[in-house]
Design a protein around this ligand. Sequence first.
Ligand code: 13P
Ligand code: SF4
Length: 348
Amino acid sequence: MIVIEQDIETEAERLFRALLHVDCEPGRTWDFEACRRIAPLTLEINQLKRERGAIILAHSYVEPEIIYGVADFKGDSYYLSLQAKQAQAKMIVFAGVVFMAETAKILSPQATVVVPDRASGCSLADALNGVELRRLKSLYPDAAVVCYINSTAEVKAESDVCVTSGNVYDIIQKLPERRILFVPDRLMAENIRTELRRRGVDKEIISSDGTCIVHDKFDAAQIADARNRFPGLKVVAHPECPPDVAAAADFVGSTGAMMRYVKTTSAPYFLMLTECGLVGRLQVEAPEKHFIGGCRLCPYMKLNSLEKVRDALLAMPAALLAARHVAVAEVFRRRDPRLKPAGVSEYW
Ligand code: 13P
Ligand code: SF4
């Protein structure tokens, strides 16, 4: 692709306006030079995207240069998959992790869906496979099987309902079954028990043993220490955190809900108990807010890069998730045996 100097300057200015409040490494924000360095790549990706009829989805945890440089939609995995479905895209590049790309494929069976790095797993989703879930179901045949969206397509296919961190409590509350087999997040299951008790809802929640390696490390002592040092602090936690952390937080919710809470709450400081990418988004979209605390990164999300997004667009269909084809096909078979995602036999 031929780019002229003026295009690079204009693109660097666009990137700089978006990224200027974001830390690109601890204590250092994006400067104009750094934006100029990535401008040729974001121009190339945006051009490739148009040529291939592709859209790029970016989860809030990926690097901000992907979110603000090339993404068409940014947010949580369910929101992104819904946006892609509505956009009727021919090709979807999901800058996130593999289970998210599978979810997008389930909602957009006609689209070719690729991930920038096939190694982008998830400690939660990879904690349980279909064989293990079938064994659990045989132990609790009377239970409704509820899977968190952070699960493989194979686990979704074996489940009665799939929930997000935003709707999990309401959906479980409405299920007629008293006994619920909730997979794969053990800590979220504990938070569900607490919330349902608070609501006066009588359910037995059985869970499997997965955790998110980002959220399971937060601890309540860190919250107490931060409150002492920063009076007026608001603590915002994700429901994948341990229950004592959730109990000590001022607000617990999905990444989307956490963002809305910070944007609409007045406080001198916020402590965000989630992946650091969300703080990056808030630094762009609510630059007047102040955040304390270190940065906790998801190693799977950080496998995404602008270079790999470009390569995924160039290498299509080599970047497809061949190993998962049976699992996604199974979800379709369960929804309706006549449905079949396009390209399922070749790619999925
Ligand atoms: P949500 O964005 O759905 O809240 O999930 C957070 C997460 O950990 C995604 O991997
Ligand atoms: Fe999985 Fe946790 Fe990373 Fe989200 S942050 S992708 S749940 S390991």
